[in-house]
Design a protein around this ligand. Structure first.
Ligand code: AMP
Length: 283
């Protein structure tokens, strides 16, 4: 696996790859890799000839200084995992390489960044869109792979790619879960043993609500049960919403939209987790 920390050297390397007309797949990450990330690498390897993974804990997408400082980092075990997974190129720049100056550009998404994560993490999607734009320009891949766990991020990136005419195909990969259903996340590493057990509340609430909706129970009744699940697991929900997955707008009757999804964010101790579940299996 080739490892680059400098933009110019990565660009020079990829220029040669492109001259050979090889398809490039790109998997942007913040490291602390788990099987969710590795499933994106596997998908990229299936679809393309050269897989580039980036590891960069992007400061502009964190609204809290402590959250940024506490974000788990382990570049040596990450690069071992990537090597084993058959990744071809790792790009792991430092902050001064990506942001020699404080960025002046801000990105807004009108509607998509005004709900869910956008409400609870002010400026988060500006940071995400900035770094993804920069990385897309640097890597210039044919395909880029993102996880459905971060559904709102996927929609924002789709909008970015469409409106700014990036010639990149976006692939969205299903959420990889632990055996009890907890969505894999780098943040799970920060849960203590008790919190780890309680963290199952998100998946429990999502699967309960999905089943109840399919049985045509009323959302207001479902929410009562969902709140009991959170209470029992000492989890504090920030939002638990039934939305249209094409634009994240709230819906009342899930049968009226093609791909309804339930999205949740909740605090287990100090750790903020997100997850979602589509109502129809093949969405
Ligand atoms: P992160 O390192 O958390 O920024 O995530 C990098 C990429 O991995 C994003 O596209 C995430 O949506 C994706 N990802 C994170 N967790 C999972 C998971 N459990 N299953 C599938 N993809 C994931």
């Amino acid at each position: 696996m080739h490892i680059f920390t400098k933009i110019a050297l990565l660009r020079a390397f990829l220029k040669e790859i492109k001259a050979q007309n090889k398809l490039i797949g790109f998997v942007p990450t913040m490291g602390a890799l788990h099987n969710g990330h590795l499933s994106l690498i596997a998908e990229s390897r299936l679809k393309t000839e050269i897989t580039v993974c980036s590891i960069f804990v992007n400061p502009t997408q964190f609204s809290s200084e402590t959250d940024l400082e506490k974000y788990p980092q382990n570049i040596s075990s990450d690069s071992e995992l990537l090597q084993k997974a058959g990744c071809d190129v790792l790009f792991c720049p430092d902050v001064s390489e990506m942001y020699p100056d404080k960025p002046a550009i801000e990105m807004r998404f009108k509607v998509l960044d005004q709900v869910q994560e956008g409400v609870h993490r002010l400026g988060h999607f500006n940071g995400v869109a900035l770094i993804v734009t920069k990385l897309f320009h640097i890597v210039s891949p044919d395909f880029a792979f993102f996880g459905q766990k971060d559904l709102q991020q996927c929609l924002i990136i789709r909008q970015l790619v469409n409106e700014l005419n990036f010639d990149i195909r976006i692939a969205i990969i299903p959420t990889v879960r632990e055996s009890d259903g907890l969505a894999m996340s780098s943040r799970n590493q920060r849960l203590n043993t008790d919190e780890r057990k309680r963290a199952i509340s998100l998946f429990k609430a999502l699967t309960f609500a999905r089943e109840a909706l399919l049985k045509r129970e009323a959302w207001s009744e479902i929410m009562k049960q969902v709140n009991l699940i959170f209470e029992k697991h000492q989890t504090i929900p920030e939002y638990f919403e039934l939305v249209d997955s094409s634009n994240l707008s709230l819906i009342v009757d899930y049968t009226q939209v093609e791909h309804p999804v339930i999205c949740v964010s909740a605090l287990v101790g100090e750790i903020r987790l997100i997850d979602n579940i589509f109502i129809h299996e093949n969405s």
